[in-house]
Design a protein around this ligand. Structure first.
Ligand code: SF4
Ligand code: SF4
Length: 438
């Protein structure tokens, strides 16, 4: 794609990067076929190629985003299916991230939307506040039926509709909190490694059982696990809302504490059980590339970051207790399959450990979760969820497995089949408890 940035514009490293990305696009349109919003809405401006044009125009002309541009960028799930499909290697992720930062900086959203976004950006990354908000939401849940229902294709869903979506996602009860930051879990038997386990923010409130399962599997196989003190939310939530100041501050804080832990006590890896977070931690090196102090340490941290399944693939797991009578539909989270290019590993681990693993038809399409997307774009998100659940039903599973809490909550909202994390099944197969209670 031809670009026309001025020399002065190209002096900005972000614009230089955007120019490189835009020039890689040959506007072939292959990406449109796998883009969930294009598949649903059929509008070129809701396709990757359409959005790339809109972003090019906005950056090149250096003009404030119009409501039309904001509408189509907001509708993008950042699922990155387009990056998997693109034959030219266009890094849409880094381009749309720039567009979101520009929108956040230069566009004045309606007051109610600004308020909602501020609340989400403030509450979600703070587990204590998030816990309180979930308790309050649990009380308000019975009144959700009084709020407006989805209006399919609405350009900008109203505040009440979004509150209704938020309440629908709130759990009926919350589990006890998991172990405190700073805890070190000793390995059982011969020591084979030492890892940090990202504690996460929403996940540690909604499903601490996931990291507990990870700790059980790891320690059972000789790996020491540390929950690093002073670790923060990885920054993914605010990063995807264009709030880069917050996201980069969190990235720097995490790089600092993880680097200290690695230097003082040694770390073979930083493990992540929420693939949305893993994608961002693996990108810290890129996000902090212009930061003289943090560029190098961030690269080191990104190189240490691994999805839990990547690390387990290098360990010889204990013989499975599974008898091959549980059929699992494996939901491939976008952040895992498109963001981290991990597609086969989780399925291979599950198969090797005695589960009958089924691929879900249209597995490349997002379930609609996408961070805060199911709150901010509830109508598109619920259509994608229904489509995902219908596809899952085709393989008649006993359980659904996924590697991302956002997907788990989203899918569980549309089915009575138990939705579990891949690591819970691996824990069960190697001596842990049976999972399956949503
Ligand atoms: S598939 Fe890649 S090169 Fe083709 S239009 Fe989409 S982003 Fe551009
Ligand atoms: S990230 Fe997903 S929703 Fe956004 S343009 Fe790409 S395929 Fe479409």
């Amino acid at each position: 794609m031809k670009t026309e940035f001025s020399l002065a514009q190209l002096a900005d490293p972000d614009i230089k990067e955007a120019d490189k990305i835009l020039r890689a696009c040959v506007h072939c349109g292959f990406c449109t076929a796998t883009c969930p919003t294009y598949v649903l809405l059929g509008d070129e401006l809701d396709s990757p190629r359409g959005r790339i044009y809109l972003i090019k125009e906005m950056l090149e002309k250096d003009k404030p985003p119009t409501p039309e541009v904001v509408k189509h960028i907001d509708r993008c799930l950042s699922c990155l299916a387009c990056m998997t499909t693109c034959p030219s290697g266009v890094n849409y992720m880094h381009l749309v991230d720039q567009a979101r930062v520009r929108i956040e900086r230069d566009y004045q959203r309606p007051l109610t939307e600004r308020l909602l976004r501020s609340v989400l950006a403030f509450v979600l990354p703070r587990p204590d506040l998030f816990r309180i908000s979930m308790i309050l939401a649990g009380f308000a849940r019975p009144f959700a039926a009084l709020l407006p229902t989805p209006s399919v294709g609405a350009a900008n869903p109203g505040l009440l509709r979004r509150i209704k979506a938020m309440l629908a996602l709130a759990p009926r009860g919350l589990p006890q909190p998991g172990p405190a930051a700073g805890t070190v879990f000793a390995p059982i038997g011969r020591r084979r490694g030492r890892v940090a386990l990202l504690q996460g923010c929403a996940q540690q409130v909604l499903a601490p059982r996931i990291n507990q399962a990870a700790i059980s599997v790891l320690t059972r196989h000789g790996v020491e696990v540390v929950l690093v003190k002073d670790e923060q939310c990885c920054g993914a939530l605010t990063h995807h809302m264009g709030q880069d100041g917050d996201a980069l501050a969190r990235a720097r804080a995490n790089v600092t504490v993880w680097q200290r832990e690695a230097d003082q006590n040694g770390l073979d890896a930083i493990l992540v059980t929420t693939s949305g977070c893993g994608t961002v931690v693996k990108d810290y090196g890129y996000l902090l590339r212009e930061d003289k102090t943090f560029a190098e340490p961030a690269q080191r941290i990104s190189a240490l970051a691994k999805d839990i399944t990547e690390y387990l693939a290098g360990l010889e797991l204990a013989p499975s207790t599974q008898k091959g009578d549980i059929t699992v539909a494996y939901h491939s989270a976008c952040s895992l399959q498109h963001g981290q290019k991990i597609t086969q590993l989780p399925k291979e681990l599950l198969s090797k450990n005695g589960f009958v693993v089924k691929d879900v038809p249209e597995s490349h399409l997002c379930c609609g979760s996408a961070g805060t997307y199911n709150i901010l774009q509830p109508d598109i998100a619920s259509r994608l969820r229904d489509r995902k659940v219908a596809n899952i039903a085709l393989v008649k599973p006993d359980m659904i497995a996924a590697g991302n809490i956002g997907c788990m909550v989203q899918i569980a909202g549309g089915t009575s089949v138990p939705v579990v994390h891949t690591i819970e099944l691996l824990d069960w197969a190697t001596g842990g408890p049976r999972p399956g209670l949503n």
